[in-house]
Design a protein around this ligand. Structure first.
Ligand code: BT5
Length: 276
């Protein structure tokens, strides 16, 4: 199967949003594989009109343009592919005890359990703090007839910010953390970016085949700490609590609500701790 290489990397000192930039590029017919990386975003976006916060120069802020052969209801797997590529890259990082710095190295001893996926779009520490968020956006109106429809997937990874919890604004205190905090040393962002883009080649290619999608869903199940936990699912106009019981082959979350299985395609999921 042919694989896209993510080597057309466009860098910005400052931009409103790397997702916005690539959605515009997609409208003009840009191919799969274009990457936008920013030192700073003035209007970094999360889902549902939320903001993504990061001070200049400390973290990875990037988006990739994908044109996978996916049905509409399989779109969540684009988020999954990028989240798994980030987990792959982070898992390959090795701590250099001598210098106190951390390098990304796919042959190194893994730090695989340092970061896991919280469905639908977060990478979290073992104590549930958010280290990264993924935002997939599609603009069906912009489809260029000769090309598969675009999906732009952005990821913000807290690499070296916050250095300590005191760096965080009050609304993120206790809810956000950085790789630097998890690993106990400064992290080489460029090496992490290289590792992520290398991991993305096979992850993105997997989106366009039945067996590839099944593998993505299986790897999501293995990396997803949401499974088996009690969750509250917040949908527009409705909330319910249940046990996250499985992930479908399309990447959707199945929640057992008193014996009735509900499939959640998109929505906010809160991990409910016992007694919370
Ligand atoms: C996300 O949304 O987590 C998706 C974030 C995607 C950001 C990337 S950066 C590159 C690309 N270009 C863009 O414009 N966006 C993408 P959501 O699940 O809605 O979470 C947003 C919420 O996360 C906010 O409302 C805050 O509560 C929290 N948050 C904001 N900044 C954070 C940070 N640096 N670390 C942890 N949590 C943060």
């Amino acid at each position: 199967m042919s694989q896209t290489t993510f080597t057309d990397v466009r860098r910005f000192d400052s931009i409103d949003s790397t997702n916005r930039y690539l959605l515009d590029e997609a409208r003009s017919g840009a191919p799969e594989g274009v990457v936008a990386v920013a030192d700073h975003q003035t209007a970094g976006r999360g889902r549902l009109g939320r903001r993504w916060e990061a001070p200049p120069g400390a973290n990875l802020l990037l988006s990739v343009l994908l044109r996978p052969a996916l049905d509409l209801d399989q779109r969540h797997l684009a988020t999954t592919a990028v989240a798994l590529a980030a987990v792959d890259a982070i898992s390959g990082m090795v701590v250099d005890d001598g210098s106190g710095s951390v390098a990304a190295n796919s042959s190194g001893s893994g730090l695989g359990s340092a970061v896991t996926i919280k469905w639908p779009n977060d990478l979290v520490t073992p104590d549930g703090r958010k280290v990264a968020g993924v935002l997939a956006e599609a603009d069906l109106a912009s489809a260029v007839p000769s090309l598969p429809a675009p999906v732009v997937v952005g990821i913000g990874i807290n690499v070296n910010w916050p250095a300590t919890d005191e760096d965080l604004p009050p609304e993120l205190t206790g809810a956000a953390a950085s790789l630097r905090q998890v690993l106990g040393a400064e992290v080489d962002s460029e090496a992490l970016l290289d590792a992520l883009l290398a991991a993305l080649g096979p992850r993105a290619a997997a989106l366009s085949s039945v067996s590839g999608r099944a593998r993505l869903a299986q790897d999501l199940r293995s990396s997803c700490t949401t499974l088996g936990t009690t969750v509250r699912v917040d949908l527009p106009g409705e909330s319910f609590v249940g046990t996250a019981s499985s992930v479908t082959d399309d990447g959707h979350l199945v929640v057992d609500v008193d014996g009735t299985f509900r499939t959640v395609v998109a929505g906010d999921v809160v991990h409910v701790r016992p007694g919370a």
